[in-house]
Ligand binder design. Structure first.
Ligand code: HXC
Length: 297
């Protein structure tokens, strides 16, 4: 799908996208590149990075792939140095690297829980921590928008509760908290904006293939307000908006891009039935208002 944004909205910007070799991370990298940014992608697998970089470069996007694990502080520091050495600076950090698998709490070892927290929450903090010196630039008071931007990819799992994802829910709750704390502190001290995006189920991603295999995807259709899966494009467009000047006053928010799914639950009563029932209750309440006070309905 074509982008509704002008092709130069990120012209001259440099972005580093963790987990940028596949899925949502690759789409964000592609769209950032198509809108003028140079992009470094970070991931653990060389082959995946090489394929992604080749695809980006085939579109004329300035791209490099840097191997590293967000759980290792030395990898984070090295990848950030390599990014700024190669492109001369860093404007945008996207924390897209994440780990997840379906498991019951009773079958999840503490180490399994810790692994996902380490990737999602500690990894996000580590990348932010190591990126600060590159993102803060001149600091406050040196003209508008002197600092850079951090975008944390989150989820909606923890808004209520999600089956078989106690680890990822806890991890993403921490990510959202990190987003708010850094937005306050680094927004105030360094003019760095820190925001998040919480995708719903997005088709054609490693996450969906892992978490919602085939049949489950079609079964859950009736509970979706927009009756469809999201596309990686939807998340990339939200990222573009937040990264562009259009988002210059947005700080500390996590934008939900899920078609309203997190709000939804099965309709407990049909529309026609509710009309009839409501009329009956209304009639009764008129006859004996004390027995059916409106506040109790
Ligand atoms: C139970 C499991 C498990 C499983 C791993 N573990 N998989 N436990 N069920 N399916 C446990 C292991 O037994 C071990 O604990 C611990 O977790 C660490 O496992 P390792 O395999 O050693 O970890 P590692 O090789 O570092 O791999 C990390 C990983 C892996 C998270 C387990 O799946 C991974 O690398 N994932 C990255 C890609 C990914 O998952 N992408 C999807 C992201 S989707 P013990 O006790 O045995 O030592 C996403 C969306 C979130 O994040 C929002 C959804 C809407």
């Amino acid at each position: 799908m074509e982008s509704p944004f002008k092709a130069d909205i990120l012209k001259g910007k440099v972005a580093l996208v963790t987990g940028g070799g596949s899925g949502i991370g690759l789409e964000i990298s592609t769209q950032f590149g198509r809108h003028g940014a140079a992009v470094a992608i970070m991931g653990r697998r060389r082959q995946v990075l090489d394929a992604a970089v080749a695809a980006l470069r085939s579109e004329g996007i300035r791209a490099i792939g840097l191997e590293g694990d967000v759980r290792k502080q030395e990898d984070a520091a090295r990848v950030l140095e390599e990014t700024t050495t190669h492109f001369g600076k860093l404007d945008i950090l996207v924390n897209g690297a994440a780990g997840n698998f379906l498991v019951s709490p009773e079958d999840l070892s503490p180490n399994g829980f810790r692994t996902v927290i380490d990737i999602d929450s500690v990894g996000t903090f580590t990348m932010c921590h190591e990126a600060l010196k590159h993102l803060k630039k001149g600091g406050r008071g040196e003209g508008p928008s002197t600092g850079g931007l951090i975008l944390n990819i989150s989820a909606t799992l923890h808004y209520t509760a999600a089956w078989y994802q106690i680890h990822a829910s806890a991890a993403k709750a921490a990510v959202d908290s990190i987003t708010r704390s850094l937005a306050l502190e680094w927004g105030t001290d360094y003019d760095i904006r820190v925001n998040g995006i919480a995708p719903g189920p997005i088709g054609d991603t490693p996450g969906m293939r892992k978490l919602a295999p085939g049949e489950m995807q079609s079964k859950s259709r009736e509970y979706r307000p927009l009756y469809k899966l999201g596309e990686r494009w939807d998340i990339a467009m939200a990222a573009l908006y937040l990264a562009s000047d259009a988002g210059k006053y947005i700080n500390g928010t996590t934008m939900v891009v899920d078609g309203g799914l997190w709000l939804s639950h099965p309709r407990h009563i049909g529309k026609e039935e509710v009309k009839k029932l409501s009329k009956v209750v209304e009639m009764k309440s008129r006859k004996s208002p004390v027995a059916f006070p409106a506040s109790k309905l």
